[in-house]
Each structure stands twice: as C-alpha cells, then as structure tokens.
Design a protein around this ligand. Sequence first.
Ligand SMILES: Cc1cc2nc3c(=O)[nH]c(=O)nc-3n(C[C@H](O)[C@H](O)[C@H](O)COP(=O)(O)O)c2cc1C
Length: 197
Amino acid sequence: MPAKDSKRSLGALPLLYPEPVLLVATYDGAGKANVMTAAWGGICCSEPLSLMVAVRPERWTHDALLERKAFTVGIASESMLAAADFVGIVSGRRYDKIAAAGLTAEKAEKVNAPFIAECPVILECSLEQSIRLGVHSMMIGRIEDVKADEDCLDAEGRPDPAKVAPLIFDAGTRGYYGIGKRLGDAFSVGKALMQGL
Ligand SMILES: Cc1cc2nc3c(=O)[nH]c(=O)nc-3n(C[C@H](O)[C@H](O)[C@H](O)COP(=O)(O)O)c2cc1C
C-alpha cells in the first residue's frame, strides 16, 4: 500500500463511499403512500438502534415524516434502478409516483408507514428526533424491525449482500453502481497487523 506523493484539492464535496440508495416511504397528511430516494443516510447509533436520513424541508416526505413520526427505509436493489431514480426526481406532492413507478406500497407491521414491497430489505422506523442542520433536516429514526425477502437470506438467515444486490450512488460522478465482491472478514483481517503491537 504505497503512499502517493501528491493529492489534488477538489473543494468541499458530499463524497463518501459507498452512498446508499434508500427508499424512504411515508403516508402523507391525506393518507397517501409516498416514497423518495435518499442517498444521505446511514446507521447512526447501535443502542437504541437508529438510522438517519437527511431530508430537505421542501420534500413532500419532510412534513409527512414530522406528522406521522414513522417511516420505512427500503434498500433498493439493482433491478429497481429506473424506479429508484424516478422517485428521486418526481415529487409526491403532485403525483402518485409509487403507482407511476410500477412499485407496490404495503402497510408496515410495526410502524404507521408504507413500505415498497419490491425492496428486498425493509427497515421499519419510528421518528425519534429531527434536527435542522441547514438545507437538510436530519431525521433520526429508531429501527423497530427489519423485514427481508426469504430468497435474499443465506443459510443462517442473514441477508446476503450478493442476493440483496443493493444499488450504490456516487455523488462524485452522479452515477449508480452495484457492490463488488466480498474482500475479507470484518473485525478479523486487521488482526494480522497486531503482531507488531
Ligand atoms: C440518487 C438520489 C439521491 C437523493 N438523495 C436525497 C437526499 O438524501 N435527501 C433529499 O432531501 N433528497 C434527495 N434526493 C431528491 C429527492 O428524492 C427528490 O427531491 C424527491 O422527488 C422528493 O420526493 P417527495 O417530494 O415526494 O418527498 C435524491 C434524489 C436522487 C435521485
């Protein structure tokens, strides 16, 4: 792993690898199911088990989240590429975009929110906090339950990333990617470097 001798400054960018393609689903004030794409999000606490999504106040989803205090996060898979992009460029304020995208909304079991049935993995969340950071509000949700399609599970009942085939977003080139191959065992491959301690 040789160090490079120069790096170019690119300025401040929203650049992290990987960025997820999360489908955040809510019921709006009229009870209509809606979904939006969010790339700014991730796990933010393990006890209570929580995630955050950053949502701009002008999104239809923003007020639905505050009103219902419930949402689901669907992991978009590679087969959902066009639909996942579509619900990120059209607002539910004017359209029933779930139907227009050819997606299916079902009622979540643990929270008062819909989920997108085509997503292989769903995280059911209750809104715990919202923090206005600037042009985004950080919506922090407690993960109440995770549902996964049976055919995405490995022999031990864990979601297999190769079967889930999550979509990845790259803000740098504004492109979608798939995940690569498994490179090693976490909390394990680094142990080889402990010999010198
Ligand atoms: C790849 C991608 C990632 C996006 N990430 C976010 C995000 O993290 N936060 C956000 O507020 N909007 C994000 N958007 C934009 C919203 O999904 C978009 O404005 C959507 O139409 C809002 O829907 P709504 O008005 O029905 O809530 C993203 C769009 C795309 C295509």
